[in-house]
Design a protein around this ligand. Structure first.
Ligand code: ADP
Ligand code: MG
Length: 298
């Protein structure tokens, strides 16, 4: 499905601009098999070391964009270029890119019956060949896994079954599993969507701190404006599959929030019932109301 050369592709090199981007998209668009246009053509670069929040309501295209950045979704137009590697449409580039990319998901994707340590070790799989996965883990790998578990504050739980942990702890296991790959890039898709606000804030603070300490580039999708403002170096706001805001948190005003969550921001095909309350004009909700509606829907 992927069109190797997008309509607007330039010279075809990976020549990046001045800001040392780690990766960038070039006219990246995604239309799913059923005809849903999930992403409009997006050209966007992600600078090395930045903590970027993809902000938008349900159906805005956040997951599609994040998954495209790791080759889990095929572009129907355009491409994803990784600095120093090239176009991820190339299998070898994609393999190398995935090895240095850690992913954290909304659902933890943990194996409940296995220990925290085992689950974190699974993060090393990308570094093994398919057959090597039958070989026992090396001592070094176990030490790396334990170091990652310690880092997220779960060392006392390393040998417990994953399903005996709280939601917040499970998400930290997910974080440790991403870290054990020693990634350069962290992609996190709504990592706190299923957590209560206090736990969510602690998890984001920890994720942010680790990314800054290690110099990781992070692209994290969220639907909560206040968390985006609190943690992002840069916010990329999506609505209806298009970028409707791109800038520093301080520049995200009430108008931009309305573009994300107001009547203009609900163009996705999976409109939530709440979006019907956001009538334009007289009934226009305040940004805060819009955010609360969005939270209720999440
Ligand atoms: P978000 O993560 O911001 O909620 P998504 O990227 O999941 O947004 O979805 C963007 C749009 O694409 C939505 O309209 C959604 O219903 C649709 N969509 C997502 N995944 C698929 C799929 N596999 N097939 C068809 N449509 C999809
Ligand atoms: Mg999503």
């Amino acid at each position: 499905m992927s069109t190797a050369d997008a309509a607007s592709a330039d010279s075809g090199t990976t020549g990046f601009g001045t800001a040392k981007p780690l990766l960038r998209t070039e006219s990246l668009a995604v239309t799913y098999a059923d005809g849903t246009r999930a992403l409009q053509p997006i050209s966007c670069s992600f600078a090395s070391g930045d903590f970027v929040v993809l902000l938008g309501s349900s159906g805005a295209g956040k997951s599609t964009l994040l998954r495209s950045l790791n080759g889990l979704v095929q572009p129907s137009q355009g491409r994803v270029l990784v600095s120093g590697l090239g176009d991820i449409a190339d299998r070898r580039v994609l393999r190398a890119h995935r090895r240095r990319t850690g992913m954290v998901f909304q659902q933890h994707h943990l194996i409940g019956r296995r220990s925290v340590l085992d689950n974190v070790l699974l993060g090393r799989l990308g570094h093994h060949s398919a057959w090597a996965t039958w070989v026992p883990w090396s001592r070094t790998e176990k030490e790396m896994a334990l170091a990652a578990i310690d880092r997220v504050g779960l060392i006392d739980h390393a040998l417990r079954r994953a399903d005996q942990l709280s939601g917040g702890q499970q998400q930290r296991v997910g974080m440790a599993r991403a870290l054990v790959q020693a990634p350069q890039l962290l992609l996190a898709d709504e990592p706190v969507a299923s957590l209560d606000p206090a736990t969510a804030e602690r998890l984001l603070a920890q994720m942010h701190e680790i990314c800054k300490t290690d110099g990781l580039t992070a692209i994290v999708s969220l639907h909560q404006v206040d968390f985006a403002r609190q943690f992002a170096d840069r916010i990329v706001g999506l609505a209806g599959g298009a970028v409707v805001f791109d800038g520093a948190p301080a520049a995200l005003g009430e108008d931009a929030v309305l573009r994300l969550y107001g009547s203009h921001g609900t163009q996705g095909t999976d409109e939530t019932p709440d979006s019907h309350h956001t009538h334009p004009g007289a009934g226009m909700p305040s940004a805060t109301q819009a955010i609360n509606l969005e939270r209720a829907a999440a």
